[in-house]
Design a protein around this ligand. Structure first.
Ligand SMILES: [Zn+2]
Length: 144
């Protein structure tokens, strides 16, 4: 079974793959969150940090859930940093298709990083002048 078929099967039953996980899938947990290996990993040792309550957006987390989630993010990163030089924390929110999010239950990806696939990638990124940066900050601040 591939990942998409797996997800369709779950969603058809109205179930969420992150609510009530198999105990054997849980690497570690605290009162409000747990860590599990990614079922469809981007790379080896890709982990997910997931709140136990079904929540879709960060803004819906309660204070104690935020603390527990953040503790596990840090804990997972510390473990991965023993083996990898860097770790990326990835989070997606909003429209499922646009964000390329496959499970609606809030979760953070902890993705080990080795080295850039293209060492020149950093130099190819657009770099804003101070003037453009100020302009961007002003534009975005209007959203608050
Ligand atoms: Zn869920």
């Amino acid at each position: 079974m591939n990942y998409i078929s797996f997800l369709r099967k779950f969603m058809k039953k109205g179930a969420c793959p992150f609510c009530d996980p198999e105990r054997d899938f849980v690497i570690t947990e605290n009162n409000y969150a747990y860590i599990t290996p990614a079922r469809a990993p981007y790379m080896k040792d890709h982990l997910l940090v997931i709140p136990k309550r079904h929540i879709t957006d960060l803004g819906k987390l309660r204070k104690n859930e935020k603390n527990c989630l953040f503790d596990l993010i840090v804990s997972g990163m510390n473990v991965l940093r023993k083996k990898y030089p860097a770790v990326e924390v990835d989070y997606k929110e909003g429209d499922m298709k646009i964000s390329k999010k496959s499970v609606p239950h809030l979760h953070f990806h902890l993705i080990p990083k080795r080295k850039w696939s293209n060492p020149n990638e950093t130099s190819l990124r657009k770099f804003l002048s101070e003037e453009d940066l100020v302009s961007e900050a002003k534009k975005i601040s209007r959203l608050w």
